[in-house]
Design a protein around this ligand. Structure first.
Ligand SMILES: Nc1ncnc2c1ncn2[C@@H]1O[C@H](COP(=O)(O)OP(=O)(O)OP(=O)(O)O)[C@@H](O)[C@H]1O
Length: 579
């Protein structure tokens, strides 16, 4: 088995990304780091005052009333330090929440800005894990690890430097033993990063598998594959369990190393003080007072405390680096800022003419040629049909015209290449209904209104009427307000198709692209809906991909896709408005 023994370029990149994200924490992160340091400074004052009180009470014979102001000071210091700690924690949480919120916004907006047909888009389960779980894994790094690492780097040295002039033996013991602890911890935790990386990947695999199988639940049930799938999920969970345990084993081992050395250091100081008091050791030039001995004893655990804190949060660093690597593996390089997105406002305007010149389209994976150097022209306001056997490229062509697929050659809308069209203008002026339009988990009315936010109830009802939705919605318990499940559960295939088609009538598109809009409908309903579509598309350009010659005959012209080419078809035209 190969073990990571060096800082890999991936680690370096993750470190840089974390440093960049840290800036999003603003001042809060600096307060989260500075307040515990201040509290650490006050600790020296508190310990020395307490040692003074006990020393004066036992060696100086001072009475309680005389010591009351000092006792009050200790109490005040305790209160202030607790306040500083709580405030530090609060700022740490605030900074971490701000960083996570900004990162989620940036990741999600960048994901939304990409084409849904992008070949490199991660599976939805993996994207959810990256944006929700992996971003959450950064919390401990900013809220706890960063303040703890600053305390571990500074406080033991400061405490050691304060103690050194008071007692050189204890000072040297602290100054030498404290740095040894992180060194040994680093040795023990050498493989921690690799183990945490493996754990993050196992989590993505498990969630990805879960999300995928949930979507295909019906298919699994129909083929009686539930037991096999449970086995698959159990083995993915088992892999995650093993990887989590190996991360925990490293964390426990490095904590044990720390505790061992810290206990040794405190015991060493106690032994040295005890032996000095009973005159076995004579390493000091001046006599050891009770006050000084108490101060040293009180400070001894505090020297190691910041290191203990660092050990407790050390895995947060490994988790954060693994999370960054996993996010970048799934979603690409971390975006610097959120991608500005604005909802498209549907716009009216004249019909858009379409011209294809030597257009070549490949499958999304780039492996196969779908259409080879095709040319055609649809005049503004003309209605055209795309026919052809299954799998020949009708959907691919419609999606390319809508700017969702990359293409070679020239696709021009209104005389302008679509690459020159802004995403906003393209969406505002075109309408594409895909073959499997997505319905959201919302009411029928809300699903239709998706096409025009702010549409009035009257407009939604008219759209529902035109799409043949109103007829079946009237029989539902809440009419158009009836909620539908994910993917149109609760509606028949043809009903779901009509709800999606209802969106067309809320847009004022200059180019309408419909992919088999009547695939699930009987002949009568098909004729009725095509009539409604043609009526609405008067004065607009319309292209319908269909297998139905009846539909194609009602349009102005038709092409047949076959053998990677586009062939004009002369069909006897049906009288407009008549099936
Ligand atoms: N994501 C993908 N990755 C690889 N190949 C794909 C992908 N999507 C589609 N294809 C391939 O592209 C070709 C064209 O598919 P397309 O969906 O455009 O055909 P179609 O004519 O619309 O078919 P149908 O009439 O069945 O809807 C098919 O051979 C299909 O296998």
């Amino acid at each position: 088995m190969t073990k990571k023994t060096n800082v890999t370029p991936q680690d370096k990149a993750a470190g840089k990304a974390l440093a960049r994200l840290q800036r999003d924490g603003g001042r809060a992160i600096w307060f989260a780091i500075a307040l515990p340091l201040l509290s650490g400074g006050l600790l020296v004052w508190q310990a020395s005052t307490l040692a003074h009180i006990i020393g004066q009470a036992i060696e100086g014979g001072e009475t309680l009333p005389l010591l009351l102001p000092a006792l009050g000071l200790v109490l005040a210091l305790l209160t202030v330090r607790s306040g500083l700690s709580a405030l530090g924690d609060w700022f740490g949480t605030l900074a971490a929440e701000t960083i996570k919120r900004n990162l989620r916004e940036a990741l999600f907006s960048t994901l939304l800005a990409r084409s849904p047909r992008d070949q490199n888009l991660p599976p939805s389960g993996a994207a959810v894990t990256a944006i929700v779980d992996q971003v959450e894994a950064l919390d401990g790094y900013f809220a706890r690890y960063l303040p703890a690492s600053a305390q571990a780097a500074l406080l033991p040295l400061v405490f050691g430097a304060i103690i050194l002039p008071l007692d050189w033996v204890a000072g040297l013991l602290f100054l030498f033993s404290a740095p040894l602890i992180p060194a040994f911890m680093a040795l023990v935790g050498w493989g921690a990063q690799a183990a945490t990386d493996r754990q993050a990947q196992a989590l993505t695999r498990l969630t990805g598998r879960f999300a995928d199988r949930l979507r295909g639940l019906l298919t699994l049930k129909l083929f009686g594959r539930e037991a096999a799938e449970i086995e698959g999920i159990v083995s993915a969970s088992e892999a995650l369990r093993r990887r989590t345990l190996s991360v925990l084993a490293i964390a426990f081992l490095s904590s044990a190393v720390l505790e061992f050395f810290a206990a040794l250091g405190v015991a060493g100081v106690a032994l040295y003080l005890g032996l000095t008091f009973i005159d076995y050791l004579h390493l000091r030039t001046s006599p050891l007072t009770l006050e000084l001995a108490l101060f040293l004893l009180l400070m001894a655990p505090e020297v190691y405390n910041p290191l203990r804190l660092l050990a407790a949060h050390y895995h947060d660093r490994a988790s954060a680096r693994a999370a960054i690597a996993e996010i970048e593996r799934q979603l690409g390089e971390l975006p610097h800022a959120a991608t500005p997105l604005a909802d498209v406002v549907p716009r009216g305007g004249r019909a858009l003419g379409l011209a294809l010149c030597d257009v070549t389209l490949r499958t999304p994976d780039g492996q196969r040629l779908v259409l080879d150097r095709i040319c055609c022209h649809v005049a503004p306001g003309q209605h055209a049909a795309l026919l052809g056997p299954s799998g020949q490229g009708k959907s691919t062509l419609l999606e390319a015209i809508a700017g969702l697929r990359s293409s070679a050659g020239e696709i021009c809308l209104d005389g302008v290449g679509i690459k020159a069209w802004s995403e906003q203008d393209l969406r505002a002026r075109t309408f594409l209904m895909t073959q499997k339009p997505k319905l959201l988990h919302a009411s029928i009315a809300e699903n239709i209104a998706l096409a025009r936010p702010g549409a009035s109830r009257r407009e939604i009802e008219t759209a529902a009427e035109r799409a043949g939705v109103a007829r079946f919605a009237a029989a539902l318990p809440a009419g158009l307000d009836t909620p539908i499940g994910e993917d149109g559960i609760g509606l028949s295939g043809g009903q779901a198709q009509r709800v999606a088609l209802g969106r067309l009538f809320l847009r004022d598109a200059g180019l309408i692209l419909l992919d088999e809009p009547t695939a699930h409908l009987d002949a009568e309903l098909e004729a009725e809906l095509i009539g409604s579509i043609l009526d609405y598309a008067r004065g607009r350009t319309l292209i319908i991909a269909t297998h139905s010659l009846v539909v194609a005959r009602r349009l102005d012209k038709a092409w047949r896709i076959a053998g990677q080419s586009l062939h004009p078809l002369a069909l006897p035209q049906a009288r407009k408005g008549v099936a």
